[in-house]
Design a protein around this ligand. Structure first.
Ligand code: HEM
Length: 115
């Protein structure tokens, strides 16, 4: 499967995390992948945290905090942040790869009417 729209990305996050038993409702940033608009998500910062961290850079998954957070790289090696979801369990390489491919494709927004 490949993610071809923001809605598909949002569903992938919710379904994958639910299957892992992860509930980010009480994280400081809450489930920001579900609540933000497409432009907030692709151009803005992670909400609810003290430090300004841009969520992602379209076309550059390796340079995107979202991917670094899931892999435990960059600023997510323990200081200032730990690997996400905080405390685990963590996504598999294949699952992270699906998200990375969507980012590397430039984060296609897709048709908002198609879910
Ligand atoms: C993209 C950049 C992200 C930043 C900057 C970030 C930052 C943080 C911070 C500061 C905390 C509180 C401290 C801690 O628990 O370590 C936190 C907690 C948490 N984050 Fe993130 N996060 C990011 C992405 C994500 C993603 C993608 C997920 C889900 C896959 C996630 C899931 C969680 C969860 C579940 C917690 C709560 C952990 C607990 O209650 O022990 N975060 N995050």
């Amino acid at each position: 499967m490949s993610i071809s729209s923001y809605k598909e990305f949002q569903s992938f996050m919710s379904e994958t995390l639910a299957a892992m038993g992860v509930d980010a409702e009480f994280a400081p940033h809450e489930e920001f992948w579900s609540s933000l608009t497409y432009s907030e998500f692709t151009q803005g910062n992670v909400p609810g945290i003290a430090r300004a961290v841009r969520i992602l850079i379209p076309g550059d998954s390796a340079g995107s905090a979202l991917i670094q957070s899931l892999k435990g790289e960059g600023i997510f090696t323990g200081a200032p942040f730990r690997r996400m979801p905080g405390g685990g369990p963590f996504m598999t390489d294949d699952q992270i790869g699906e998200i990375a491919a969507w980012i590397d494709a430039g984060c296609p927004e897709g048709d908002a009417a198609v879910s």
